[in-house]
Design a protein around this ligand. Structure first.
Ligand SMILES: CC(C)(COP(=O)(O)OP(=O)(O)OC[C@H]1O[C@@H](n2cnc3c(N)ncnc32)[C@H](O)[C@@H]1OP(=O)(O)O)[C@@H](O)C(=O)NCCC(=O)NCCS
Length: 246
């Protein structure tokens, strides 16, 4: 395939969608790109076989970005651990000539939406050294977390075995490594909605308490005040007139 130039990429359109069986033939190209990118970064990356990616596609758990020619330009898939308690959107990859155009952001947003729909009660997790991924995750509502909050079972950590820093992880009993752990807890959403409701109610109350007196709204009060003042003024005037007459 001929490499597209940056200007061609800018004018091209792309589609981000849940991958279907129509995309199965792209699994090899995706795997190849994952390996090449891992080599270029000098880090290991969890090794995936084309068969594994094909299974994800068949299960409706993969997101793919394609260009107008139907070629893969971005990819990511959904994995679960501990019977769906944890979900991760793994294997994020964007073809080098398509990077920095927001494709990873769009792919991750779609994967996040899919994860929330399929597993609404699951905690969505990730570990990464990539600043781009940290930015994207933060925007989606993830927060940094300690490794102790991540799944404890070996299957989750198996993906780290091909990373050059794996010895750091094992030396620290999976407590620390160069990656940052990130988590999105759906409970926060529920509490956030509740907290926002309470905050808004308090704000309304405070605003009411500190609102300047609206004279036009309280005409009756104003009229009463005016009549009290008039009576007092008339009384004072009468007293003054009495004193002058003496
Ligand atoms: C990481 C990767 C997926 C980013 O893809 P992308 O399509 O270029 O990312 P986006 O254009 O959606 O950028 C998302 C954000 O990250 C920023 N970003 C992108 N690449 C960056 C980089 N190399 N360094 C720092 N920030 C970066 C963007 O500016 C953007 O931030 P903004 O919204 O504040 O402008 C891509 O570089 C890649 O495939 N790398 C190799 C594989 C990899 O590292 N995967 C992640 C494994 S955890």
């Amino acid at each position: 395939m001929e490499k597209e130039s940056a200007s061609e990429v800018l004018t091209n359109n792309y589609t981000v969608q849940v991958a279907t069986t129509e995309h199965l033939h792209l699994a090899e190209a995706i795997c190849h790109e994952m390996e090449e990118s891992a080599k270029a970064r000098g880090t290991g990356i969890a090794k995936r076989s084309p068969e594994y990616l094909k299974d994800k596609i068949k299960e409706g758990k993969a997101i793919i970005a394609t260009n107008d020619a139907g070629e893969f330009i971005g990819f990511c898939y959904v994995e679960t651990w501990e019977h769906g308690k944890f979900v991760a959107n793994s294997g994020l990859i964007v073809k080098p000539e398509w990077r920095k155009y927001g494709i990873a952001k769009a792919v991750k947003a779609k994967a996040f939406e899919l994860s929330r729909t399929k597993y609404p009660d699951a905690k969505i997790i990730g570990i990464t050294t990539s600043l781009a991924v940290m930015k994207i995750n933060s925007e989606l509502g993830y927060e940094p977390t300690t490794f102790s909050e991540l799944p404890v079972n070996d299957a989750f950590w198996k993906g780290c075995q091909s990373c050059v820093n794996y010895d750091v992880l094992t030396r620290t009993d999976r407590k620390h490594c160069l990656c940052t752990g990130m988590i999105f807890d759906p409970e926060w959403e529920k509490n956030k909605a509740k907290r926002e409701q309470e905050a808004n109610a308090n704000k309304d109350k405070q605003q009411e308490e500190h609102e300047p007196w609206n004279f036009l709204k309280d005409v009756k009060v104003l009229e009463r005040l005016k009549s009290i003042k008039e009576k007092m003024f008339l009384k004072m005037q009468a007293k003054r007139a009495e004193r002058q007459a003496v």
